[in-house]
Design a protein around this ligand. Sequence first.
Ligand SMILES: NC(=O)c1ccc[n+]([C@@H]2O[C@H](COP(=O)([O-])OP(=O)(O)OC[C@H]3O[C@@H](n4cnc5c(N)ncnc54)[C@H](O)[C@@H]3O)[C@@H](O)[C@H]2O)c1
Length: 437
Amino acid sequence: MSDCTSTQTSRRDFMRVAGTAAAAAATTRILAANSVYAAENGVLRVGLSGCGGRGTGAARQALMADPDTKLVALGDLFADKIDGALNNLKSYGPIADRVQVDDDHKFIGFDAYKKVIDSVDVLVMAETPAFRPMILRHAIEQGKHCFVEKPIAVDPSGVRSVLESCEMAKGKNLAVVSGLCYRYSFSKREILKRIHDGEIGDIIAMETKYNTGTPWQPKDRLPEWSDMEYQCRNWYFYDWLSGDFNVEQHIHSLDKLAWSMNDVTPVKVWANGGRAVRTAEKYGNIYDHFNAVYEYANGVRAYSSCRQWDNTDTDVNDHIMGTKGIAHLQDHKIEFRDGKTWQHEQKEKDDMYQNEHDAFFACIRKGEPINNGEYMCKSTMMGIAARMAAYTGRILTWDEVWNSPYSAMPEKLEFGPIALPALARPGETKLPFAAKA
Ligand SMILES: NC(=O)c1ccc[n+]([C@@H]2O[C@H](COP(=O)([O-])OP(=O)(O)OC[C@H]3O[C@@H](n4cnc5c(N)ncnc54)[C@H](O)[C@@H]3O)[C@@H](O)[C@H]2O)c1
């Protein structure tokens, strides 16, 4: 990893960087340069956009990462989500006294993010994926460091917007840290280093699987909910909100393939998918299974499968096949063709969710903010490309997808009537692609 923690591996080292006087001085300088609300004493004010399960966890990890932080603002579409997150965070002893969100800093609605951003130095973004490009752009324009959950967008227009925002962040010395958390797992870093150092030889093929049951059931509709509220409360099941589950969840697997390939992107993708078991209307318009093949310019092919079928065999793993051996990423194990084996030994605590926040804050303090923009955009686009290939039944080039004008966002973001998004049918569904080069 090329960030300010790349020569360090442990949480102890992260904390040592964060705690130095030089770090505090650097932070004050950065804040003064970046934020109209520059803190005078080096305390970083943190805000959370999206107060669900992950947002609550990420806010906790942000405060745990750096003792000179306080949570000052929360934003969500719904008041009950804010209350839930706040109660949870206030009851967590090690950070409880730094959860300082007064009633004037609980913001609700589609523009809640603007008010959160106005109040903070650091934004933790864990809202529904569709809104992330818009919110990230505003945060960077306003000079805020961002932790950005995955996926970073649901369509090619969103990915390109995020990439632009990340470039803008570089110019402003702002951090953009990705929630693609495996990249911050010490054990994953070790096996990936071995792959990059050539221990398995040249990569010849890759296989990844994220085959599980359905992660949660849709919430029943309350009479007072508009169509928009119903879809936003059940965002996972609508492609315009989540990007479909192969983007929302399987992105972790695709990101591990991308990382193995040093983030070289594939040149072509084809895919199959559909709804075999989640066929009821309450499951919105996402599929329940995808199989995709990614082809790289050097001839490597990556075989990817994800499904969410209850009461079936589950399997989440990635296998990188090289001329000298096979790396099993989830097992942290390499089987060499000469019969030898390497197995990672867990020597220290390795909580990837905490590690990413430790690195985020340590590098802000050091004055060398991390920018994960490029890989989070490419990995998100791998999922989007497979979805677009499966929905249409087309064999797609990377460039057709990358430059596609497709945007899934509705024209108006307001609570009221909104159509049920159509279920894609390969051969009939049309999506806009860029012209083939
Ligand atoms: N890195 C990981 O391993 C990991 C794990 C779980 C979830 N996630 C990601 O975190 C995000 C949130 O997932 P979750 O499980 O917490 O879902 P969730 O439904 O529990 O929380 C999402 C919250 O965002 C709110 N929201 C939606 N649109 C918003 C907007 N425009 N502004 C402000 N708030 C808005 C929702 O009302 C909801 O409270 C997703 O992108 C998901 O993919 C990542």
